[in-house]
Write a protein that binds this ligand. Structure first.
Ligand SMILES: [Zn+2]
Length: 236
C-alpha cells in the first residue's frame, strides 16, 4: 500500500507551512536551532491534531552540527514524536555521519537513516542515486529517498527504476521546468516530468510499497492537499 502525505514544518523561515496541520506529514525541520527552540510546542500541536509523522526531514544544517546535538534531536523525535525514519541530504561530512548513525542505531529498529538523491551537477558528497545505492547496499540499515525534482530524467527509465525503488521507502514528489525551477506541483502543465504516469507505475508496474511525500515551493502550497487527494485517487 502506498501512503501519501505532505511536507510540513514549524517556525519562521520554514517553507512548508499550512493553515491547519494535516493528519499525516513529513516533519520538515528547517534549522537545528529554530526547531530546538519550538520543539515542545510542535509536539503539543501535533498531538492536538493527532498527526502521524511518517518521516522526519533532518535540518539542512545537520552536517554542520555536532554529532551530540543531532543525537539529541533524533532521540527527541523517536521518544516524543514517535517517528523513526530520518532523511538527510548527502552533503560534506555525510560519511562520518553515516558511520556514527550506524554505530548508534545500526541493527536496531529504532531509527533508520534515509539519504536523499540530488542531481549529478549539484556536486553533493554522494553524487546521484548510484553512489547512494552503493552505500545502501553496503549498509542494509540505510535507505534512499528519491526526490523526483532533483534527479535527471534518465533515472525514470523503466529498466532502471525498479533497482532504485528496491532501496527507496520514501519518494519526494514534485515536478520541475526550465524557467520555473523545481518543487512544482507533480501534475503541473509546464512540468518536464510525466509524474501522473509515474505515480500509476509505482503501483501497477513496479508494485512499490512506500510513502509519497509532496514537497512543493511555498507559492504552490494551496495545491498540496488537493494533489494529495488526487494521488490517492490515482492509486485507488
Ligand atoms: Zn526532497
Amino acid at each position: 500500500m502506498i501512503d501519501v502525505c505532505i511536507s510540513y514544518g514549524f517556525g519562521e523561515g520554514n517553507r512548508f507551512q499550512q493553515e491547519t496541520i494535516p493528519d499525516k506529514i513529513q516533519l520538515a525541520i528547517w534549522k537545528y536551532d529554530v526547531f530546538m527552540e519550538l520543539k515542545d510546542d510542535a509536539v503539543k500541536a501535533l498531538n492536538e491534531h493527532g498527526t502521524d509523522v511518517k518521516v522526519v526531514h533532518l535540518p539542512l544544517d545537520t552536517l554542520r552540527q555536532s554529532l551530540d546535538d543531532i543525537d539529541r534531536l533524533i532521540d527527541f523525535c523517536i521518544c516524543r514524536i514517535g517517528c523513526r525514519r530520518f532523511v538527510v541530504h548527502p552533503n560534506k561530512n555525510i560519511t562520518p555521519f553515516i558511520d556514527h548513525f550506524i554505530e548508534r542505531w545500526g541493527y536496531s529498529d529504532l531509527a533508520q537513516l534515509l539519504i536523499e538523491t540530488f542531481g549529478w551537477r549539484t556536486h553533493k558528497a554522494l553524487r546521484g542515486p548510484l553512489e547512494i545505492l552503493e552505500v545502501c547496499i553496503a549498509n542494509p540499515e540505510l535507505a534512499m529517498v528519491i526526490d523526483t525534482s532533483h534527479i535527471e530524467e534518465l533515472w525514470f527509465d523503466h529498466r532502471i527504476m525498479p533497482t532504485l525503488l528496491k532501496y527507496t521507502p520514501v519518494i519526494h514528489l514534485s515536478n520541475r521546468a526550465k524557467g520555473h525551477g523545481s518543487h512544482m506541483p507533480f501534475n503541473s502543465a509546464d512540468g518536464e516530468l510525466k509524474l501522473v504516469g509515474f505515480v500509476r507505475d509505482l503501483k501497477h508496474r513496479y508494485n512499490w510499497n512506500g510513502d509519497i511525500v509532496l514537497e512543493y515551493m511555498p507559492e504552490h502550497k494551496d495545491k498540496l492537499m488537493k494533489n494529495k487527494k488526487y494521488i490517492e485517487r490515482l492509486l485507488a
